[in-house]
Design a protein around this ligand. Structure first.
Ligand code: C5P
Length: 225
């Protein structure tokens, strides 16, 4: 890309897509993340000369040119794959990681029984990949998270920025027509702290590829500040 700041010499790890948490051999808990935003970020990072690795949940997307891809299914697998890639310079957590997973995997298909009116599934919390990366002994120089909130976006995003020890958080702006999970377009507001001040920048609405470029511009600005 002409004019775009270079990522040459930098190792970038991006997580993308949903995770699937298996209940039994035929059923799982998932979500509607398409992975498009994370794939667009990894593609943009590679185009700028970065050494980009994508850790992808189950998605129907082609691997971007110049990107190394590791496919995973569950939150636990994504956690292990991402941590094994440390050290790196920049981690961008764009995956919609499941917050809960079944406490037990049933090795044969769960059958319904006559007279049964319901089924209770015991779920347990998954480990927070982003928070673990941000507090790791080999912490990347820059750790970026995403926040998919439907309301009170800024206060939730800023709380997440602080609680997870992130350098920057990108909140999906809801209520923008055509934007979001399965769309090719999105609108983001970036939040970070600089010299003790709260900073923010709105990006888009725009195609996810364009947003990925704009996000990398802000990240690089912060990395070189
Ligand atoms: O706390 P919440 O799930 O809303 O935060 C979203 C951000 O945290 C995303 O960047 C997502 O990739 C990351 N996350 C994670 N591991 C989890 C849950 C969320 O890395 N188990």
């Amino acid at each position: 890309m002409t004019g775009a700041a270079s990522l040459s010499g930098l190792r970038i790890v991006v997580s993308a897509g949903p995770t699937f948490e298996d209940i039994d051999p035929v059923r799982f808990i998932g979500n509607r993340s398409s992975g498009k935003m994370g794939f667009a970020i990894a593609a943009a990072a590679a185009r700028r000369g970065g050494e980009a690795t994508l850790v992808a949940g189950p998605v129907a997307l082609e691997t971007p040119i110049g990107v190394e891809r590791i496919d995973v299914r569950s939150a636990a697998q994504m956690h292990a794959a991402v941590l094994a890639l440390l050290p790196c310079d920049l981690y961008i957590g764009a995956a919609a990681v499941a917050d809960f997973t079944p406490q037990q995997f049933a090795s044969s298909k769960i059958k319904k029984r006559a007279g049964e009116t319901g089924l209770t599934l015991e779920l347990v919390r998954t480990r927070d990949i982003l928070a673990d990366i941000a507090t790791h002994a080999r912490r990347p120089r820059m750790v970026v998270g995403f926040a998919a909130e439907t309301d009170t976006v800024e206060s939730y995003a800023r709380a997440k920025l602080a609680d997870k020890h992130l350098d920057l958080i990108a909140a999906n702006r809801v209520g923008v027509e055509g934007a979001g999970f399965e769309s090719d377009h999105n609108a983001l507001t970036l939040y970070w702290r600089q010299d003790g001040r709260d900073c923010a920048r709105a990006l888009g609405p725009a195609p996810k590829q364009q947003l990925a470029e704009a996000l990398l511009d802000v990240i690089l600005e912060r990395m070189t500040a």
